[in-house]
Design a protein around this ligand. Structure first.
Ligand code: ARG
Length: 493
């Protein structure tokens, strides 16, 4: 056998620039522990299938455990060959049984799933913390009014709590997506070997269980060639970043000097090297850019995947680093945004002032007219529209006798008895109108508190599921690493 355990006598040595160009070794560190676990589970399965003798299996497994450090410098194509080479080095020729009934193709997909499932659970826990922050902040802000915008023009009053809850719910759906993604990731391809399975009577389900997978990917061609669990993950990551980028853009707008409803604390801001007066919200800018990188990686992965013939192709290797890069960006973004949200300032007076200056309650006034005077909504819309136009033309403030006069004139034209001044003020005051929004899911503060409570409960459940699952997979890992062969027979359960 030649020194190169992979090429043997089949191929001449690889050119060094070709090895560098095609190797995944630089990106494989994260797969090192998973690959070791897989190999232990696989050797146990080989023993149970009667394909390898007990002493050999035992020697191979203890050799696997002895390989403690992953060395990128080795002249091997990837982590899979690295481990096999080390095991053969430690055990001698019998180490060569290790790849019986498997291939790098099933192994890499399995290792990726083992690494990713843990990452999914970890990012779910971080997102749960972020959601908790959003909810805590919302609790304090249930009565603090601010505008909701449509077309970036002041639309209607909501509260700061309600703005926070909107983002909370968007992120919550991303967490649900991640849980679904987890279920489909947590399936074992082992036993698929290169693509068409193996003649070795491996207990595929047994291997899957040892590695804490829920089940196996049955079709072996599918098992080695599919990466839709990564596509799904990339969508979830992209969706998180799309949502966060919108939140960032809202923060940039609402903290702009002219708007001044939000205040981004100094520690999340920078100033200008030239303009001493400046405070720029840099976290929310960089996060906006990172969203582009994550989406770009998602696109990149889809472009790699498109029209790939079945089954395994080395193109698939290049998907992996794009995914980890995206994952790390999202993780770091959420980590910083969680702190930013915790500390962001809210200027209640400014929120109220902008609402009042922009007749934010015109629709609510029209609704009152419809209900009280039994006038069709379209007519009421015209009455209030004419009143707003006149107030703006004459530059009269909403809370003034002159403005009240304007609405009375418009109502008189329709032969309806005008509202009292008090009724007028109540209908147009953003703070009181919020109280009227008791419709399911509406921004009424009591409603909002009920919604916060319900979400806090749900969040606790998310956290419990993720934590329990993390300890389940960790226990399986420890059990596998402590696996002992019995002197007689196949080995302990
Ligand atoms: N390093 C590869 C990857 O990350 C796995 C090796 C499969 N290579 C092969 N020639 N069949 O996808």
């Amino acid at each position: 056998m030649s020194e190169d355990i992979l090429r043997g006598s089949r191929l001449e040595p690889i050119a060094s620039n070709v090895l560098k160009y095609t190797s995944s070794i630089e990106e494989d560190e994260i797969l090192f522990e998973p690959v070791k676990e897989i190999n232990i589970a696989h050797v146990i399965a080989l023993l149970k299938a009667g394909a390898i003798e007990r002493e050999k299996a035992e020697k191979i497994v203890s050799a696997i455990k002895m390989v403690n450090t992953f060395e990128k410098g080795e002249k091997v194509e990837d982590v899979h060959m690295f481990l096999e080479q080390k095991v053969i080095g430690l055990v001698g020729g019998d180490g060569g049984y290790i790849n019986l009934g498997k291939s790098r193709n099933d192994q890499v997909s399995t290792a990726l799933r083992i690494a990713l499932r843990k990452k999914i659970l970890e990012i779910i826990l971080l997102l749960a913390d972020f959601m908790e922050t959003l909810l805590e902040k919302a609790r304090e802000a249930k009565d603090k009014v601010m505008p909701a915008y449509t077309h970036l023009q002041v639309a209607q009053p909501i509260t700061f709590a309600y703005w926070l809850l909107a983002y909370h719910d968007m992120i919550m759906r991303d967490v649900e997506r991640l849980f679904e993604n987890y279920v489909r990731t947590n399936m074992s391809p082992m036993g698929a070997a290169a693509c068409a399975g193996t003649t070795v009577k491996l207990d595929r389900m047994g291997v899957a269980k040892k590695l804490a997978f829920y089940s196996i990917i049955e079709n072996t061609v599918d098992a080695v060639s599919s990466r839709d669990f990564i596509l799904e993950h990339m969508f979830a990551l992209s969706s998180i970043m799309l949502n966060v980028s919108r939140m960032c853009e809202d923060i940039n707008f609402l903290s702009n000097n002219d708007i001044g409803i939000f205040n981004v604390p100094d520690k999340f801001s920078s100033t200008s090297s030239a303009m001493p007066q400046k405070k720029n919200s840099i976290v929310t800018e960089v996060a906006r850019a990172y969203a582009g990188i994550v989406i770009g990686n998602f696109f990149g992965i889809m472009c790699i995947y498109k029209a790939l013939p079945l089954s395994y192709n080395l193109d698939l290797q290049e998907i992996t680093p794009k995914m980890w890069e995206a994952y790390n960006i999202v993780y770091n973004t959420i980590d910083v945004m969680k702190d930013l949200i915790k500390e962001i300032g809210f200027n209640e007076d400014r929120g109220y002032e902008i609402l009042v200056n922009n007749f934010s309650n015109a629709m609510e006034l029209a609704e009152k007219i419809v209900i009280e005077y039994k006038i069709p909504f379209r007519k009421a819309h015209h009455i209030v529209g004419a009143y707003v136009r006149k107030c703006l033309e004459k530059d009269v403030p909403l809370f003034s006798r002159e403005a009240y006069q304007m609405i009375c004139e418009e109502l008189n034209k329709e032969n309806v008895t005008p509202l009292s001044y008090d009724e007028y003020i109540r209908a147009l005051d953003p703070k009181t109108s919020i109280l009227e929004k008791t419709i399911a899911g509406g921004p009424n503060p009591d409603n909002v508190i009920a919604m916060i409570r319900e979400r806090e409960d749900r969040n606790r459940i998310f956290k419990k599921i993720a934590k329990d699952e993390l300890s389940r997979i960790e226990n399986a890992r420890l059990k596998l690493n402590l696996y002992e062969f019995m002197v007689n027979g196949g080995g302990k359960k």
